[in-house]
Design a protein around this ligand. Structure first.
Ligand code: PRP
Ligand code: URA
Length: 207
């Protein structure tokens, strides 16, 4: 299932992120902010339990998160740019890492690093990567998270291409995909059009 987070603030910030004139500093800040806003939407169904709280005036019954264990898993490098925003929203969230790059000739994902929380079987995983392009990286990362026994998996991106959404949905139909925009298509190099360019390079200033 694909959910496009079309909140006006998300769309406004995404327009600035896409702009090639946006500075590295602003790009990074906005990626974090949009990640936080998408995380707000993706966690909408977290369970709440009743708890007793003593205000300065009286005792009352409130609601707090029901101890559901979450893990966010950025796909390196570019997924790292979304971590800070989500951590601000959910400070106790555990963070795993999957290092993956696309071979520029074959466009196939290559895993070069992985480190997850030990108790993935008790955790709901949110896989994060700003770009869902051909879908190869996302499918490989979801395969890996399943092998590691993650209790459930959701995928979050800033921009998705229709080609990538189809590949992920066909391979892993039960994994919900959240994104701020469904763009037009991929170009011949596997970049999303109109997209935002190379997310990793823009986040880390490597080009
Ligand atoms: C980008 C992006 C995704 C991947 C998406 O990473 O961050 O991980 O491409 O492409 P796909 O859907 O076609 O697999 P990249 O390979 O540029 O590595 P980087 O994050 O280290 O820059
Ligand atoms: N990776 C990126 O960083 N940008 C794209 O458009 C596609 C993959």
């Amino acid at each position: 299932m694909l959910t496009i987070v079309d909140h006006p603030l998300v769309q406004h910030k995404l327009s600035i992120i896409r702009d090639k004139h946006t500075s590295k500093k602003e790009f990074k800040e906005l990626v974090e902010e949009v990640a936080m806003l998408i995380a707000y939407e993706i966690t909408r169904d977290l369970e709440l339990v009743e708890c007793e709280v003593e205000t300065p005036l009286t005792k009352t019954i409130c609601r707090s998160l029901g101890g559901k264990k979450l893990a966010i898993i950025p796909i390196l490098r570019a997924g790292l740019g979304m971590v800070g925003g989500i951590e601000k929203l959910i400070p106790s969230v555990r963070i795993g890492h999957i290092g993956m790059y696309r071979d520029h000739d074959t466009l196939q994902p290559v895993v070069y690093y992985a480190k997850l929380p030990q108790d993935m079987a008790q955790r709901d995983a949110i896989l994060i990567d700003p770009m869902l392009a051909t879908g190869g990286s996302a499918v490989a990362a979801i395969d890996y998270l399943k092998q590691q026994g993650a209790r459930s998996i959701r995928f979050m991106s800033l921009i998705a291409a229709p080609e990538g959404v189809k590949i992920v949905s066909d391979a892993h139909p039960e994994v919900p995909i959240y994104t701020a925009a469904l763009d037009e298509k991929l170009n011949e190099l596997g970049y999303i059009l109109p997209g935002l360019g190379d997310a990793g390079d823009r986040l880390f200033g490597t080009r």
